[in-house]
Design a protein around this ligand. Sequence first.
Ligand code: FAD
Length: 416
Amino acid sequence: MKYSLSSLVAQTLNGHKHWKRVLADAKPREKYDAIIVGGGGHGLATAYYLARKFGMANVAVLEKGAVGLGNVGRNTTIVRSNYLLAENVAFYDHALRMWETLERDLNYNVMVSQRGVVNLYHTDPQRDAFARRGNTMRICGADAELLGLERVRKLLPFLDFDNARFPILGGLVQKRGGTVRHDAVAWGYARAASDLGVDVVQNCEVTGFEISGGTATGVLTTRGTIRAPRIGLCVAGSSSILAQMAGFRLPVESHVLQAFVTEAVKPLIPNVITFGAGHFYVSQSDKGGLVFGGDLEGYNSYAQRGGLNGLADVVESGMAIMPMIGRLRLLRSWGGTVDMSMDGSPIMDRAPVAGIYVNAGWCYGGFKATPAAGLSFAHLVARDMPHEIAAPFSLDRFATGHVLDEKGQGAQPNLH
Ligand SMILES: Cc1cc2nc3c(=O)[nH]c(=O)nc-3n(C[C@H](O)[C@H](O)[C@H](O)COP(=O)(O)OP(=O)(O)OC[C@H]3O[C@@H](n4cnc5c(N)ncnc54)[C@H](O)[C@@H]3O)c2cc1C
């Protein structure tokens, strides 16, 4: 079914009784050309591009719960390409360009809002670092502009400019960055993939692998054995668990990251703002709630919930730049399990077991990557060769030393 003004008017006149089911309730078959494990943004996007761009529609996405309940529906919805390393800027800017046309591609409103992302800076050395990052972005074809104090004050007059513990000196803005309605991305890709013939199988947990002569030939699931010569893993925080089931290890750790949303208020924050002297990022949802988050909880866990210490840390950072946030009531908080890699950059490569492909290590930032990650992972699964934009994200870079340490933190996953 195509969504359009005329279909909306026709359905309204018919009392909205004839909308077609958005997603077919697929039953798993015994054999496919490819299996994608994980019905989050990356798994669904991969399946969509396999069918759409690589002519592979005999594909199953196996999701242990319902699509959209993983990190894709738990993140703070920020999309941007304001990275320092050229490899990351090129990849994430490719994703940003894909977001710009995604709604038309999927015929689905994912509420792409290029409202801009402002990174605040608070010291002279930080200004210099941001200038360097902005220059790299521009050299790589992304947009960036360094703002002085007066322009930030004009843009965001509600910030604390006069009495702050960490005085704001200016900001680096990426105007094409912004937010996208996160769970709609899962639904849009699921519907589009399903329309192209992909089986999106929900409530189907992968519990093991069928491996013969060192090559994976299928997966064991709660709904029986399903076979395919190519198996793509897109399970985010569960990547290490699936790798262990298949008999290899990944250089990732699973950590909890929380997000928070306040009661709705009138339009206040026009874009996404990040605090430069701590870890805090905030935007305002279309419903009016302030959506914000900060650092990891700081310990390894597969739980999709955090604690009050995480909340206290995030709120403290929020109060440091906009004290009036302290007068808002918190409506909800939730956690997601993020797969932190050793250098803070993702992994998209063939696994050490033939027939398995890995899409993992997205840390805090895999939502904004979704379209480009889906496209390049589909390329890898279909052609057994990395897509050029994802070639730097190889698994062997940790052995060869070609790491992409965006923050320069070293092998400290909790600090990336
Ligand atoms: C609180 C929070 C805030 C974030 N904010 C941002 C942000 O603002 N911007 C940004 O770019 N990124 C952000 N991220 C990161 C981003 O959400 C993730 O990197 C990205 O969503 C991961 O890819 P995914 O969508 O495929 O993951 P998921 O949606 O987690 O998909 C993985 C799926 O695999 C399924 N699965 C796991 N094990 C199995 C199994 N054995 N069998 C079958 N299925 C299985 C899970 O149920 C899940 O649905 C945030 C993450 C969190 C938690």
